[in-house]
Design a protein around this ligand. Structure first.
Ligand code: ZN
Length: 166
C-alpha cells in the first residue's frame, strides 16, 4: 500500500466528470487500498478517486471513530432520497475551510464493491452526508458549490486571503 497525494483546490482534476469503472481489476483493488490508507492518514471520513488524481467513479468512506466501518463504493448512484439536513462540512481538497451545506437526509445508494458485486445501502446522518459529498466529487462538484451565494462570496474572500499568505 502507498500513500497518495491529495489534490488541492483549484486543481483542475477536481472539476472533471469521472468515468464509470468497467473492470474490477487488481489495479482497482490497489487504488482502493491506497485511497483507504490515504484517507485514514489524513483523518478524513471520505475520499473520492479524483482527489488522488484518478478520474474514475470510486470512493471510500468511513464515518466511524475508530476506522472500523470502511465502505467502498464503485459506480455509486443515489436511487432514492428523503428529507433535508444541514450540517457543517469540510474537504481534504479544501484544507481549513468548513461551512454549512444542505443535503438530503436519507438516501438509498446502489453501488458495486471491488469485486463487482452490486449492493444497496441505506444511509442517514453523517454517512448519508459523506456519501453525497463523495458522489459530488465524481461529478466534479465541491461542497463550496452548494453554499448560498453569500457564503460562496465569503469562501472566495477566504481563498484570496489564503493565497496572499502562501
Ligand atoms: Zn471532499
Amino acid at each position: 500500500m502507498a500513500l497518495l497525494d491529495v489534490r488541492i483546490f483549484p486543481d483542475p482534476v477536481l472539476r472533471e466528470e469521472c468515468s464509470p469503472v468497467n473492470g474490477f481489476t487488481g489495479e482497482l483493488a490497489q487504488l482502493l487500498d491506497d485511497m483507504k490508507e490515504t484517507m485514514y492518514q489524513e483523518n478524513g471520513i471520505g475520499l473520492a478517486a479524483p482527489q488522488v488524481g484518478e478520474t474514475i467513479r470510486a470512493t471510500v468512506v468511513d464515518v466511524s471513530e475508530d476506522g472500523s466501518d470502511l465502505i467502498e463504493l464503485v459506480n455509486p448512484v443515489i436511487i432514492a432520497s428523503e428529507g433535508q439536513v444541514s450540517s457543517e462540512e469540510g474537504c481534504l481538497s479544501i484544507p481549513d475551510y468548513r461551512d454549512t451545506v444542505v443535503r438530503d437526509a436519507l438516501i438509498t445508494v446502489e453501488a458495486f464493491d471491488r469485486e463487482g458485486t452490486k449492493f444497496t445501502l441505506e444511509a442517514e446522518g453523517i454517512l448519508s452526508i459523506c456519501i453525497q459529498h463523495e458522489i459530488d466529487h465524481l461529478d466534479g462538484v465541491l461542497f463550496v458549490d452548494r453554499l448560498s451565494r453569500l457564503k460562496r462570496d465569503m469562501f472566495k474572500r477566504w481563498l484570496k486571503k489564503q493565497r496572499k499568505i502562501q
